[in-house]
Design a protein around this ligand. Structure first.
Ligand code: NDP
Ligand code: GDR
Length: 373
């Protein structure tokens, strides 16, 4: 029998990869998309099928995690065997600007979904995946972090996600729901949102390489992160819901790099060698060598990275490093793509886009370029 899955956040990075994976596995995939004034389905357009055709296994429903009657109606209509709650205001820096909205969507939104499942009498039938996060560890209590490391959230986003984590555990304990938390460390891809640090770097340096922007402005480049590839991580989201017992798992690579290292890699992939100089807000990265033909508009001596304190956060998570031993031992999960390989893939895509843009510009067809982050 065809299994039905419902994905919140299907238009996001993870939602799009998870939808592809579930379709490959033969699922009927339903997703919740928000109404927006512009199209926001670019990441899933390639798998969108005509909703009028009877065998279309991919369906989108308008909805919002802030709207419980809408969530209840969709779950009632779809009767999903699996719900993946990936929808969230997922930007940590933005959560300091919009803390109440972030709490409403990330914390209460999770409760609304769980309650809808319970209200409809599906709590023993519908399995639930919650997109938990390494941000829960915040001010880290031990390194590397495991499923047993205490939490100390450092942003309105992380605090909201902490509520979501515990309400998920609570519904498992109180109502016997098959509800799991995936405590996922940072994961990226060419589909990563443009204001997260890795994508900001690969896109920004690619634009600089093609002369579309003069300089990349960054926040805290000493931050250390455990970066994996989103494709590897969505596989684990599905695996968690196929087990006999619901449990929580840390998903990470177990390797850590700094934001500065990631900048160096992306530059390298464009044939640019950088020298970092100065400290704190005065730190810069200057070009010392350009090789190959990927960065025709870059010159030796050009400053391509500067620090802008606007991107510092009121409270920073300085270091994160996960220990994925439980996922490896119990589920046989291991990441296949390294952070270095992922950076190369992201640069390749962003460089192609920048080259196309530069070509349009030479023909007088210009598009705005934004390096906001
Ligand atoms: P994205 O920001 O790429 O996607 C977020 C998704 O949530 C988008 O589809 C967005 O819709 C949707 N969304 C936002 N607000 C609402 C709302 N009010 N109602 C319904 N949907 C909403 O995130 P990722 O794909 O990177 O992450 C997926 C989940 O995993 C998130 O919950 C995130 O917090 C969590 N996570 C992510 C990690 C990572 O490194 N990527 C690590 C750990 C956890 P729209 O397209 O319209 O904006
Ligand atoms: P993070 O990801 O906050 O870890 O949350 P992000 O890529 O935004 O930041 C990582 C680190 O880089 C530093 N940084 C900058 N970040 C951004 N966005 N822009 C900059 O210019 C910049 N300069 C330095 C940050 O300060 C930070 O230390 C992501 C999200 O996907 C969450 O939803 C998810 O839960 C966690 O990863 C795990």
């Amino acid at each position: 029998m065809t299994k039905r899955a419902l994905i919140t956040g299907i238009t996001g990075q993870d939602g799009s990869y998870l939808a592809e994976l579930l379709l490959e596995k033969g699922y009927e995939v339903h997703g919740i998309k928000r109404r927006a004034s512009l199209f926001n389905t670019q990441r899933v357009d390639h798998i969108y099928e005509d909703p009028h055709s009877n065998d279309g296994r991919f369906r989108l429903h308008y909805g919002d995690l802030a709207d419980s009657s809408n969530l209840t109606r969709i779950i009632s209509e779809v009767q999903p065997e699996e719900v993946y709650n990936l929808g969230a205001q997922s930007h940590v820096a933005v959560s300091f600007e919009a803390p109440e909205y972030t709490a409403d969507v990330d914390a209460m939104g999770t409760l609304r979904l769980l309650e809808a499942i319970r209200f409809l009498g599906l709590e023993r039938r519908t399995r639930f995946y919650q997109a938990s996060t390494s941000e829960l560890y915040g001010l880290v209590q031990e390194t590397p972090q495991t499923e047993r490391t205490p939490f100390h959230p450092r942003s309105p986003y992380a605090v909201a996600k902490m509520y979501a984590y515990w309400i998920c555990v609570n519904y498992r304990e109180a109502y016997g729901m098959f509800a799991c938390n995936g405590i996922l460390f940072n994961h990226e891809s060419p589909r990563r949102g443009e204001t997260f640090v890795t994508r900001k770097i690969t896109r920004g340096l690619s634009n600089i390489a093609m002369g579309l922007e003069p300089c990349l402005y960054m926040g805290n480049i000493d931050s250390l992160r455990d970066w994996g590839h989103a494709k590897d991580y969505v596989r684990m989201q599905w695996m968690m819901l196929q087990q006999d017992e619901p449990e929580d798992y840390v998903i990470a690579t177990g390797v850590q790099y700094s934001v500065r290292e990631f900048i160096t890699w992306a530059a390298e992939d464009l044939g640019i060698t950088l020298r970092f100089e100065g400290t704190g807000v005065d730190e810069t990265a200057t070009v010392v060598k350009v090789e190959g033909d990927l960065a025709p508009m870059v010159r030796e001596g050009q400053v391509v990275v500067r620090i802008d304190p606007r991107y510092f956060r009121p409270a920073e998570v300085e270091t994160l490093l996960g220990n994925p031993a439980k996922a490896k031992q119990q589920l046989g999960w291991e990441p296949k793509i390294t952070a270095r390989e992922m950076c190369r893939e992201m640069v390749a895509m962003d460089h192609t886009a920048a080259r196309r843009h530069a070509l349009l510009r030479t023909h007088g067809l210009d598009l705005p370029v934004s390096l906001e982050g």
